[in-house]
Design a protein. Structure first.
Length: 348
């Protein structure tokens, strides 16, 4: 694994983000600094977490340091180890954090390492896929429970709270992101913030949410009605579903993310919707709900076997409504394995 860092002329890499700390250690610490080199790993943490870190990280040298002294101690250790070039998480650190890094590690060449770190997380192991699948199954149970009890009069905010409560009741560690709940005309806003808008019997409903379980995320979107919708809404839905299913059937490892996106986008355009599909087909998912790769029109990245992505085409018409359907899939050599099992009926 570290060969990717050495090929980028990085002797050691400093990890400070919670997601990468977890990925490289399996320890979901809320604090700490991980330093990795080709032959050693060291974890620096303050007294609050020191004993736990020692127990959880048998393969690491764990050092107890005051947070404000951590960079200084790490720099001294790296000098002793003969490190010249230190990789850092350029896509995570703030401007003020980088200034602190520059000051503390003035004797080293600081090299951006986020791209390398991100590339290591793209292809998921069997264990990671299993964890994502477990999170998705829990989310689906929560969705089905809430959808079955959905009645006119509930507000978007109330439904969001009910869904969150059900996720926690089923054992979720947390929510992957703030759930998107939209009724009626609000469904035309892709990332609508839930409001006090009450559900009416004839409304279109869009629910987009995910949970965290065992350190990994799920993500799903379903759009539906309580009664038969208008012909216009039915046409929107049928177009999005057909685009989704076409992409699911034809996506496979070896194609670019741009090509994968075009599977759904060209179908939607061929049916007369040019600008109404206003986002990419999907994104990677794992420890974070949005990870590399980005599956969109501008992405030339190759889809690799074992990559887990979302497929979420959508059509949005202001004043009318919007439809989005989202599943999680594992990209394979010969196609895609769908990890989402919730049905896609327009009318519940």
């Amino acid at each position: 694994m570290f060969s990717r860092f050495t090929s980028a002329d990085i002797d050691s890499v400093l990890i400070i983000s919670p997601q990468n700390r977890f990925y490289f250690t399996g320890y979901d610490a809320s604090s700490g600094f991980l330093v990795m080199s080709e032959h050693a790993r060291s974890f620096y943490v303050d007294a609050r977490y020191f004993e736990e870190a020692k127990a959880r990280l048998p393969g690491c040298a764990v050092r107890c340091v005051k947070s404000e002294e951590a960079y200084s101690v790490i720099a001294q250790d790296l000098i002793k180890a003969g490190v010249k070039t230190l990789g850092y998480e350029d896509e995570f650190v703030t401007v003020s954090s980088f200034k602190a890094l520059e000051t503390a590690f003035k004797d080293f060449v600081l090299t951006p390492a986020s791209a390398v770190l991100g590339s290591l997380r793209i292809v998921k192991t069997k264990e990671e896929i299993s964890a994502i699948s477990a999170a998705q199954k829990l989310a689906e149970k929560a969705f089905e429970k809430v959808a079955d009890s959905l009645r006119p009069g509930v507000t978007e905010k109330e439904l969001k709270a009910q869904l969150a409560a059900e996720c926690y009741r089923l054992g979720a560690d947390g929510l992957a992101f703030s759930a998107i709940i939209a009724f009626g005309e609000n469904t035309a806003i892709p990332h609508h913030e839930p409001s006090d808008r009450k559900l009416e019997k004839s409304d279109l409903v869009l629910i987009d949410f995910g949970v965290k379980l065992g350190g990994y995320c799920s993500d799903m979107t379903r759009t539906f009605c309580l009664i038969e919708p208008s012909e216009q809404i039915s046409t929107l839905y049928d177009t999005v579903l057909a685009a989704h299913d076409y992409a699911l059937k034809n996506i496979k490892a070896g194609m670019t993310c741009r090509e994968a996106d075009s599977l759904a986008r060209e179908y939607i355009r061929a049916n007369g919707y040019n600008t109404e599909f206003s986002h990419g087909l999907g994104h990677g998912i794992g420890i974070e709900v949005h990870e590399a790769p980005t599956v969109g029109e501008a992405s030339g990245e190759l889809l690799l076997p074992g990559t887990v992505i979302t497929l979420e085409p959508g059509i949005y018409i202001p004043g009318v409504g919007g439809v989005r359907i989202e599943d999680i899939v594992v990209v394979r050599e010969d196609g895609a394995e769908n990890l989402t099992n919730t049905g896609k009926d327009l009318v519940l």
